[in-house]
Design a protein around this ligand. Sequence first.
Ligand code: ADP
Ligand code: MG
Length: 318
Amino acid sequence: MAQDEFSIIRQYFHDVGPECADVRLGIGDDAAVIAVPDGMQLAVSIDTLISGVHFPPDTAAADVAAKALAVNLSDLAAMAATPSWFLLSISLPGFDADWLQQFSDGLRRSAERYDVQLIGGDTCRGQLSITVQIAGLVPADGYVSRAGASVGDLVLVSGQLGNAGLGLAHLQGSLELPEELASRCVRALNRPQPRLDLVDFLRNFASAAIDISDGLQGDLGHILEASGCGARIEQGALPVDPWIEQHDLYRYALASGDDYQICCTLAPRHRGEVENWNSQYPERSLTIIGEVVDSGFLLRVGDEWIDLGNHGGFRHFE
Ligand code: ADP
Ligand code: MG
């Protein structure tokens, strides 16, 4: 590289995100040191984005940075944890000052927006790949896992499903979308919005939660597997763009990746809380799509029940 990694770190990765009081030692030593406040627990997660696998190689550097952080923030949102710090391991094919500046600017904007501080990482040369490890706080044993769903619970999702999948299909030329929808869907693909605005709801009411990174079918499937139960959901209840409904392309809502919405389950006694939440926060609204049952994973389409068990969701090694 035209510059050594220390000057890259200094120039592009110092002072990213607001300084957090619990950080005793940040970038520059062999490890960062963090104080965990009394009564809190750390939730930690890591995700890698590889060029050509997780994003098209020509994706703008600022989008790549925002997405690398967003997918990790999304994992903490699904645990009902509040993100605080992150580490960044980046592998770069070479020194490209413009690319790095845009990456750094995008990272800085997202870190500030979501109030997370970059406290360390690793920088090396190789195929473009970005790994973010995130850590956040949750009140002791206040986290929400995938394993807490019970028979009779309601199944909910946030936002709209399938838009990122439509965006990718549009970029790959396999779908032609109307212009306005195309730009909205490409934006959903490149700039997922981690649903940290749902953390309070999840902490107070959810029995189980997951972020939808690989499609509802696969990800709700993970809740059911971890919780040892089944579900029945309604295709007609899925929150989708009207275009998906008109063209009967629900497979994008069920089995395409990168939505980063939240799927959660809720004891039926909390049903009223969904209505309260939706009227209080219409822009964060949650949609009831079905219920948890003893076993089996079925989708109702009109009068038919379709078996969703054992397939769906992107798998790297298939
Ligand atoms: P070491 O040799 O101990 O692994 P490095 O030379 O990899 O240390 O990194 C020096 C310092 O810079 C460390 O504090 C490390 O956490 C930080 N760092 C390295 N790369 C990054 C990066 N991409 N983003 C943020 N901090 C980084
Ligand atoms: Mg290192």
